[in-house]
Design a protein around this ligand. Structure first.
Ligand code: C5P
Length: 211
């Protein structure tokens, strides 16, 4: 059963710290992406680190290898434990993120398939399976795969073996935690926790599906 990862897509430092503090006892990691970093700066990682929970940088990095390296180095220097990159730029671009993660003693995850309806246009099916295989070959620590499509998670699991699957899409996007939990290593939950009237209670509810 999976770790619980909070997708902290709030738009101010104050709200980020308040939600993180409330939910922290029930979390295994906090995922931060462009919404919070653009609103509050990359150095939001410093106060969030004080909760003692690993931070995942969801920048879906998608550039040439040199630029990916520079981005990943900034991420790890800021105190993040893991980075998420896209795979569609190719194996050399992914390898650059994996190398930066390895140098920092951290982890790198590759988006194999996304959770929203539009993902079916490009980032799904055979393409997702090729991306998952490439993530394994590049030495990534795991992939991102959609909680909204458990059957796809099973297909991707057959490709990646015991590499980790972190899975967004539970709650607000319609994914069912009970169905997806046995198939994945990390359950990513955003709005269903941070917009809840009581984020601590919401986090506790999802934490029931943890290992
Ligand atoms: O609010 P919600 O629980 O839908 O948040 C899901 C989080 O996971 C968001 O931060 C979103 O950007 C991210 N994500 C996703 N689907 C992917 C990869 C990341 O929903 N395939």
């Amino acid at each position: 059963m999976p770790d619980l990862i909070l997708a902290l897509d709030v738009l101010s430092r104050e709200e980020a710290l308040s939600v993180a503090e409330a939910a922290a006892p029930h979390l295994d990691a906090i995922k931060i992406g462009y919404p919070l970093v653009l609103a509050a700066g990359l150095d939001i990682a410093a106060p969030l680190s004080e909760f003692g929970i690993p931070l995942i940088a969801d920048f879906k990095v998608a550039d040439i290898p040199n630029t990916n390296s520079l981005i990943a180095q900034q991420v790890f220097a800021a105190g993040f434990f893991a980075i998420i990159c896209q795979g569609f730029c190719g194996s050399d671009s992914v390898a650059a993120c994996v190398e930066a993660a390895d140098d920092a003693g951290g982890e790198c995850y590759v988006v194999a398939e996304m959770s929203h309806p539009g993902a079916l246009e490009f980032l799904s099916g055979k393409n997702a399976e090729l991306l998952a295989q490439m993530a394994v070959d590049a030495g990534a620590h795991g992939i991102i795969a959609p909680a909204t499509r458990p059957e796809r998670v099973q297909t991707l699991r057959a490709i990646i073996g015991d590499k980790k699957i972190l899975s967004p899409g539970v709650g607000a996007q319609g994914g069912d935690p009970e169905t997806i939990a046995p198939l994945i290593d990390g359950m990513i939950v955003g709005r269903s926790i941070y917009t809840a009237e009581d984020p601590a209670e919401a986090a506790r509810t999802y934490a029931r599906f943890r290992r």
